[in-house]
Design a protein around this ligand. Structure first.
Ligand code: ZN
Length: 474
C-alpha cells in the first residue's frame, strides 16, 4: 500500500505517449480483426518501451502481446483497440457530424481502453526494474471485442495458461469496481438448404429454405416464454436466398445470438434452439447445418481482487476533472434524453444530482444492481484466470453506449484524465499483487470456490476458425 504513490507518479511521467497512442487509434478506427494500423501502433510503442513483443499471438494477425520482467507471478493487463461500424464522428463536437460518411468510429472507447491498459503495464515494468522485483507483467492487445470474441480464441490457444491474475478496465460514466452481470453467449449461423423451383408452375417441387428460416424464428419466439428470464435470443436473417418471389428459395441463412446467465445455461439453451432448427427443417423437407461463429463465457467475479482494486481507487480519489471538462460534458448532456441520464445513474446505483455532468464519486463495490450489460469476451478469460475489471470515468453521465456522442468525447482532456486514472488503479493493483503472494492465493481460492468444480467448456468449439476477413466460410 505504501508503494501506490510511487507507481502513480510513474504513470504520470509516462502518460503523454499513451494519450498520443489513444488519439492515433481514435483517428484510424478499425473493426473486427481488421485493426492492422491500431495493432501495429500498439506493437511499436511496446517495443519502444522495451517489452518483449510477440505479434499475431493465437494465430490472430492483429493480436499482440508484450512481456517484461523475470520470474515471479505473471500479471496480465488486457487491452482492446477495435471500433464500431457506421459511427464516424467529428471529435469534440456536441452535434452529430460524421468525419467520414459511413465510416467507423470508437463508439465504445476502446482507443482509451488499450492505451490505458498498456500505460499501466509500462508503469509496472518500470517499477519492477527499479526495485529489482521478481515478477512479470504482460500487456495483451486483444482485437475484435465487438463480436469477434478474440479472447475466447486466445484462451483456446493457451496464451493465458501461465497467467496468475488478469486485470482490465472499461471506459464509463462513473469510476468504480463492481461485478455487473455479463451473459455467456454464442453466435451461430443456421444454413438451410432446400430445392429451387418455379414458384407458380411447379411449386410442389420446391422446398423453401426461407420458409424453414421463418418457421425456425416462429418456433424460437414461442420458446421465449419457457426460458430463464435472464436469457436473451436475437436473430438476423443474413441470407434470404434471393430477391425473386417467383423462385422457391433453395438456400437461406439466419444468424442467432443466444445469451444466458452462465455457460451451463447457455449450452442447454443452444441445444433447444438447435432442436427448433431441426423441427423447421423437418416441416419443410429441407436440411439445416449450424455453425458456431463466436462465443463468450459469462464474467466470473472475484471478491479479493475487487476489494483490492476498490481500495486503490479510494486512496487515489477521483480523476482530475476541471471546470472546462464539466462545461464540455454539459454540452454533450444537452443531446441526451432524461432516460439516458437516469439509466446511467441507475446502472451504477449512484444517487442522481441535478446539473452534474461528470463523475464526482466512486461507486461502492457492492453497487451492482443486477443489471445485465450484454456480453464480453473478458468473461472467457475470467473462467480460466482470476480476473478483475474497473470502470473508468471518461465521458459525460448519460452518454449512450455505442453512440456518436461517445465517439466525439474520445479525445477530450476528460477522456485522457479518466484513462490515466484507470491506469494508476490498475498499475497499483498489479504492484500490490506482485508484492503480496498471499493476495494472489486468496484470489485463486475465491476463483475455485465460485466455479465449484464446474468444468470450463469454451463456448468456441475446437473446430471453429476465428472470423478473420479471409475466413469467409461461416
Ligand atoms: Zn467496449
Amino acid at each position: 500500500m505504501k508503494n501506490s504513490g510511487e507507481i502513480w507518479e510513474i504513470v504520470e511521467t509516462k502518460r503523454d505517449a499513451f494519450f498520443e497512442l489513444s488519439d492515433r487509434v481514435w483517428e484510424t478506427p478499425e473493426t473486427n480483426y481488421e485493426e492492422y494500423l491500431s495493432s501495429n501502433e500498439h506493437a511499436l510503442l511496446l517495443e519502444r518501451e522495451g517489452f518483449r513483443v510477440t505479434r499475431g499471438i493465437a494465430n490472430l494477425p492483429t493480436a499482440v502481446m508484450g512481456e517484461a520482467g523475470e520470474g515471479g507471478p505473471v500479471i496480465a493487463i488486457l487491452g482492446e483497440f477495435d471500433a464500431l461500424p457506421g459511427l464516424s464522428q467529428v471529435a469534440g463536437l456536441a452535434e452529430q457530424r460524421p468525419l467520414t460518411e459511413g465510416g467507423n468510429g470508437h463508439g465504445c472507447g476502446h482507443n482509451l481502453l488499450g492505451s490505458g491498459s498498456m500505460l499501466a503495464a509500462a508503469a509496472v515494468k518500470d517499477y519492477l526494474e527499479k526495485h529489482g522485483l521478481k515478477g512479470r507483467v504482460r500487456y495483451y492487445g486483444c482485437p475484435a471485442e465487438e463480436g469477434g470474441s478474440s479472447k475466447g480464441f486466445m484462451v483456446r490457444a493457451g496464451v493465458f495458461d501461465d497467467v496468475d491474475i488478469a486485470i482490465s478496465w472499461h471506459p464509463a460514466a462513473f469510476a468504480g469496481v463492481n461485478n455487473p452481470i455479463s451473459l455467456a453467449c454464442n453466435e451461430i449461423n443456421f444454413h438451410f438448404s432446400g430445392r429451387a423451383s418455379h414458384a407458380s408452375a411447379t411449386p410442389h417441387l420446391g422446398r423453401s429454405a426461407l420458409d424453414a428460416v421463418e418457421l425456425m424464428n416462429v418456433g424460437v419466439n414461442y420458446m421465449r416464454e419457457h426460458m430463464p428470464s435472464t436469457a436473451r435470443i436475437h436473430y438476423a436473417v443474413t441470407d434470404t436466398g434471393g430477391s425473386a418471389p417467383n423462385v422457391v428459395q433453395a438456400r437461406a441463412t439466419v444468424r442467432y445470438l443466444v445469451r444466458a446467465r452462465n455457460l451451463p445455461e447457455l449450452n442447454s439453451l443452444v441445444e433447444r434452439v438447435k432442436k427448433v432448427a431441426d423441427g423447421a427443417a423437418l416441416m419443410t423437407e429441407t436440411t439445416v447445418r449450424s455453425r458456431v461463429i463466436s462465443g463468450d463465457a459469462n464474467l466470473v467475479g472475484n471478491t479479493p481482487l475487487e476489494s483490492l482494486m476498490h481500495a486503490q481507487l479510494e486512496r487515489l480519489g477521483l480523476p482530475d476533472f476541471d471546470q472546462a471538462d464539466h462545461e464540455t460534458a454539459r454540452k454533450f448532456q444537452e443531446t441526451f434524453s432524461q432516460e439516458d441520464i437516469a439509466a446511467s445513474y441507475r446502472r451504477f446505483n449512484v444517487v442522481p444530482k441535478k446539473g452534474q455532468a461528470l463523475c464526482d464519486s466512486i461507486f461502492p463495490p457492492d453497487s451492482g444492481d443486477g443489471s445485465i450489460v450484454g456480453s464480453t469476451d473478458v468473461g472467457t478469460v475470467s473462467w480460466v484466470v482470476p480476473t478483475v475489471q474497473m470502470r473508468g470515468a471518461t465521458y459525460a453521465i448519460g452518454t449512450p453506449g455505442h453512440s456518436w456522442q461517445l465517439v466525439a468525447q474520445g479525445k477530450l482532456p476528460a477522456a485522457h484524465k479518466g484513462m490515466e486514472h484507470a491506469a494508476k488503479v490498475m498499475a497499483g493493483t498489479a504492484i500490490e499483487l506482485i508484492s503480496n503472494p498471499d493476495l494472489i492465493e486468496a484470489a485463486k481460492a475465491d476463483h475455485r470456490n465460485r466455479l465449484d468444480g464446474i468444468p470450463f467448456v469454451n463456448p468456441i468449439p475446437d473446430d471453429v476458425q476465428p472470423p478473420l476477413p479471409e475466413n469467409t466460410d461461416v
